[in-house]
Structures are given as structure tokens and as C-alpha cells.
Ligand binder design. Structure first.
Ligand code: 5RP
Length: 227
């Protein structure tokens, strides 16, 4: 038997997420390589969705290219579901997100949805959050002090770079990636760091944790429920 690749597992969970989507609905759409598979699956629905609220310019482009209208978040009202990937997910559905630098809009759209359906391959499942460098979107003038605040909790924060310059997010801000953290209490951690002046969004999703995770494994899609 040939081994299933990570890419194939992402395709499987992207397709499996259609179980949570109804024709005619407005769906919240995340960002990343797994979500790209979901967008491809959405595009193939025989009866289409009415539109999507998107969490990034990259996903909006793909959605439009697939013929799916991208709607203004402020006009869309409450969403039934938000579907997105994760960099890490723990046993309670808490996640680290932001590997694709879209964490702020991801948290905004997730907060507008009744259910968060996480789609991820099995490499994302962890016992404790923190092995993946934690993304934090920050106002540029504050990053040096925020870096020192993380150092005081044994975190090593580095500005994310792109083509030799600090990466600029869709919101015009920067990303700090923080290594060396062990996040035993995601809710308390998110609550604290979110209050530091200059932090736009911390990439711990505990308030907006997943209700369900569709986890891609070599044996097929496993459904983890957290609600
Ligand atoms: C983007 C994200 C993504 O959901 C996360 O990085 C997972 O991406 P991928 O599906 O490519 O592994 O948070 O900001």
C-alpha cells in the first residue's frame, strides 16, 4: 500500500469539510494550504454556497477565481460555520494559528461564526501548544518592547521577514514569531498577551477554539469533537 502524503490528507479534510456546508449559505473561510483544498471542494459543489466571508486577501483571490462571491464581513451577519486550518491543535480544540500571517482576520471571522470547524492533517495534533513558533501580529512601533516582554517569559521572539524586510500583513502590521513557549493554559495566556499595548492579535485561539476538528490520517478522516 502506498503511503498517503500530507498533501493528500489535506485534500481529504478539505473535501470532508463540505459536510458542514449547506447550499445557499454564507460560509466563513480561513487561510492556508489546507483551506485552499477546501476552496477547491467548495467550487465543485453542485449547488453552490451564496458566498464567503474571507480571512485574507489570498483566500479572497482564490474564492473569486472559483466564482464564489466574497462578502463584506460587516454585512454578512452571523455565520453558521467558519472553516480553517491550524498550526497546532490540542485536546480541547485550542489552537495556534497564524503561520500564514492571517491570524487577526481569522479570529475576526471565527468570532462571527457559531461553529469553528478545524481542518488539519495529523501532524498538527499536539498535547500542549507551543512547539510551533507562536505568531503574534503587532503594531510596528511596539515590537521591540513586546519582544522583551516575551523574553521575560523565556520566549524568543523574532520579526517575521519576507524578501529581506519585515513582513507586512493584510492589515499593514508586522508578525513576531515566538519560540520556546509552553502554553499550558491557552485561555489565560491569550487573555494576558492580548492586553499588552501594541499587540493586535495573539495566535492562540482559545476563546475562538474549534468545536470540531477533521483530522487527516493515513487511515482516513478522524472527527474530533470538542463541544
Ligand atoms: C494562516 C493559518 C493557517 O490556518 C495555518 O498556518 C495552517 O496552514 P496550513 O493549512 O497551510 O498548514 O493560521 O494564518
Amino acid at each position: 500500500m502506498t503511503q498517503m502524503t500530507q498533501d493528500q490528507m489535506k485534500t481529504q479534510v478539505g473535501q470532508a469539510a463540505l459536510r458542514y456546508v449547506q447550499p445557499g449559505q454564507i460560509v466563513g473561510v480561513g487561510t492556508g494550504s489546507t483551506v485552499n483544498k477546501f476552496i477547491a471542494a467548495l467550487a465543485g459543489m453542485p449547488e453552490p454556497v451564496a458566498g464567503a466571508v474571507s480571512s485574507s486577501d489570498a483566500s479572497s483571490q482564490l474564492l473569486r477565481a472559483a466564482g464564489i462571491p466574497v462578502l463584506d464581513c460587516n454585512r454578512a451577519g452571523e455565520l453558521a460555520v467558519y472553516i480553517d486550518g491550524a498550526d497546532e491543535i490540542d485536546g480541547r480544540g485550542c489552537m495556534i494559528k497564524g503561520g500564514g500571517a492571517a491570524l487577526t482576520r481569522e479570529k475576526i471571522v471565527a468570532a462571527q461564526a457559531r461553529r469553528f470547524i478545524c481542518i488539519a492533517d495529523q501532524s498538527k495534533r499536539v498535547q500542549v501548544l507551543g512547539a510551533f513558533a507562536l505568531p503574534v501580529e503587532v503594531i510596528p512601533m511596539a515590537f521591540e518592547r513586546i519582544r522583551r516582554q516575551f523574553a521575560a517569559m523565556n520566549g524568543q521572539a523574532a520579526l517575521r521577514m519576507k524578501e529581506g524586510r519585515p513582513l507586512v500583513t493584510d492589515n499593514g502590521q508586522h508578525i513576531l514569531d515566538v519560540r520556546g513557549l509552553r502554553i499550558d493554559d491557552p485561555l489565560a495566556f491569550e487573555t494576558e498577551v492580548n492586553q499588552w499595548p501594541g499587540v493586535v492579535t495573539v495566535g492562540v485561539f482559545a476563546r475562538q477554539r474549534a468545536h470540531v476538528c477533521l483530522l487527516g490520517t493515513p487511515a482516513g478522516v478522524e472527527t474530533l469533537r470538542f463541544d
